[in-house]
Design a protein around this ligand. Structure first.
Ligand SMILES: NC(=O)c1ccc[n+]([C@@H]2O[C@H](COP(=O)([O-])OP(=O)(O)OC[C@H]3O[C@@H](n4cnc5c(N)ncnc54)[C@H](OP(=O)(O)O)[C@@H]3O)[C@@H](O)[C@H]2O)c1
Length: 492
């Protein structure tokens, strides 16, 4: 039997990047499209990538050729006239899918009642569903409210607001009813939609077990993170003002915050039993379970986020703060791998020893165990203790350590080695998941110390590998001010 061939659009997007591994796991032949295939990189190696822009009909033909089921997971929110772009994209896609003989389009749209005054974002999602369904290809339109998962833009707004604001001014939209859905459940529905029996166009509302208000979502998130949060109601706060506020306190741009907040005035709950009838095997989880999984998912995501093919992500990543130092070295990759695995046990790898001493005393003051130099001899294994770190992952070209320091949040330090011709590049990334406002302030306060420490640490490791390779010292040192840039840039 030939494998079903599926196409996933928007491969760099949040939903697609969670769906693709699940489809591969089902044994389907997966092709993906993006306007930026380089960003898809090595994240989905078992797929073929086609460069395609839904606003360019010619680019859709090769993408859709030979495809049985095509997932439409694209939106233009953030662009200047997103409604017009989404309309054009949907028309192009419906026509190209019909020409290519695609059997089914699976589209993920938004919940909301048709008789409500829908926000521009939800209206546009509706319109895309309608345009796709007007074509000749069968369409399964799943409609969801907020997806709870690390990287889901709507969930990130909940996360940033709750983490950063001990007291929140509550506009009216905090009382709107929402039925959020967990990422894993959503992916199950999307995968299931590919194998439904043929049955014409269908619209299926999907949601988690709980119907909540936005206020309850914020307080529920805070409870799970051990944060105390207060919400003060005010009679008037326009979506526009709220969006400016969100832009101020979170990294989300106004052009994304505005349509999202506009949409919060619309009740988004499932009103029929179509999902239960069509997908009887799926029992969606509640909000707390979904948030707990999202917080775990954030850590799992460290893997993908720092994969060698990925471009540098400056500043922040899904609620984590990041310091990234990329240092080219004349040493070969194998030697560099050995050097990163020899880390710890004495102070030779850590620059600015006095700064670490001060940090150790602070750890004592705040009830931690203090920074202790300790390192078992021999190769590092998962779970081993290295000074004030625990090994979370170890491969010949990668080491991930979790800090055991007393910090308001959690911190990781990772090294990856990427071979170059000649030499290699050491990619050092510090990740910090701040807890609440104090956690964010801690990162800011430590920044003047962290910058030289992290830079010097990466450079010292690179130099060490050069020395042990018998290479003349210099490339890594000369590149001091280039740390944090990609190898290609640094070598220019
Ligand atoms: N996240 C949620 O909570 C949620 C909830 C309900 C429904 N949905 C729906 O799920 C779908 C995907 O959402 P998401 O959260 O994954 O969004 P996302 O992370 O913002 O991804 C959107 C994707 O659209 C692609 N794109 C935009 N314009 C394009 C164009 N002209 N041609 C080709 N690709 C284009 C972008 O890819 P490139 O820029 O790389 O090409 C990007 O990967 C949307 O339909 C959304 O309405 C999401």
């Amino acid at each position: 039997m030939t494998r079903k061939s599926v196409l996933v659009t928007g491969a760099t997007g949040y939903i697609a990047s969670r769906l693709i591994p699940a489809l591969i796991g089902e044994g389907l032949a997966v092709r993906v499209t993006s306007r930026h295939p380089e960003r898809v990189g090595r994240r989905h190696p078992a797929t073929s990538t086609v460069t395609s822009d839904l606003l360019d009909p010619d680019s859709l033909r090769p993408a859709l050729a030979g495809v049985d089921v095509a997932y439409y997971l694209v939106h233009s929110m953030g662009g200047s006239d997103f409604e017009a772009s989404d309309r054009d994209a949907a028309r192009n896609f419906a026509a190209a899918a019909a020409d290519a003989g695609v059997a089914r389009i699976v589209y993920l749209g938004g919940l909301g009642r048709d008789d409500d005054r829908l926000s521009s974002h939800l209206r546009s999602r509706r319109e895309v569903g309608r345009i796709l369904a007007e074509g000749t290809v069968e369409v399964v339109e799943l409609r969801a409210a907020i997806v709870i998962g690390s990287g889901s833009i709507a969930f990130e707004m909940v996360r940033y607001l709750t983490e950063r604001l001990p007291v929140m001014i509550a506009p009216r939209w905090l009382e709107t009813r929402i039925q959020p859905i967990g990422e894993d459940d959503l992916v199950r529905y999307l995968v299931g939609a590919a194998t439904l029996e043929p049955g014409g166009n269908r619209i299926v509302g999907i949601g988690g077990k709980d119907v909540l208000t936005y206020r309850q979502m914020i307080l529920g998130y805070a409870r799970l993170r051990g944060l105390r949060r207060a919400i003060v109601g005010v009679p008037v706060l326009t979506p526009s003002l709220s969006s400016h506020w969100v832009k101020l306190v979170t990294p989300m741009p106004f052009s994304v915050a505005k349509p999202l907040i506009d949409g919060l005035r619309n009740e988004v709950v499932v009103t029929d039993d179509a999902a239960a009838r069509l997908f009887p095997g799926i029992e969606p989880c509640g909000y707390s379970t979904a948030v707990t999984a999202a917080l775990k998912g954030q850590i799992r995501y460290l893997d993908a986020a720092s994969a060698p093919g990925e471009a540098a992500v400056p500043g922040s990543l899904e609620g984590m703060l990041i310091d990234r130092q990329w240092v080219p070295s004349a040493a070969d990759a194998t030697r560099m791998g050995e050097v990163i695995h020899a880390i710890g046990g004495d102070d030779r790898w850590y620059p600015l020893r006095l700064a670490w001493w001060v940090r150790a005393r602070l750890d004592d003051v705040f009830g931690g165990t203090g920074l202790k130099w300790c390192r078992e001899p021999g190769p590092l294994t998962k779970g081993a203790r290295v000074d004030w770190w625990t090994v979370e992952a170890t491969e010949p070209d990668r080491l991930l350590l979790k800090a055991e320091l007393k910090v308001p949040g959690e911190a990781w330090l990772e090294w990856r080695v990427v071979p170059l011709e000649p030499g290699c590049e050491l990619r050092q990334t510090a990740y910090y998941r701040p807890k609440g406002l104090i956690g964010h302030l801690y990162w800011l306060l430590m920044w003047p110390f962290h910058v030289p420490i992290f830079r010097l640490m990466a450079i010292r490791l690179a130099q060490r590998a050069e020395l042990e390779s018998g290479e003349p010292l210099g490339r890594a040192r000369l590149r001091f001010w280039n740390a944090g840039r990609s190898a290609a840039e640094a070598l220019e």
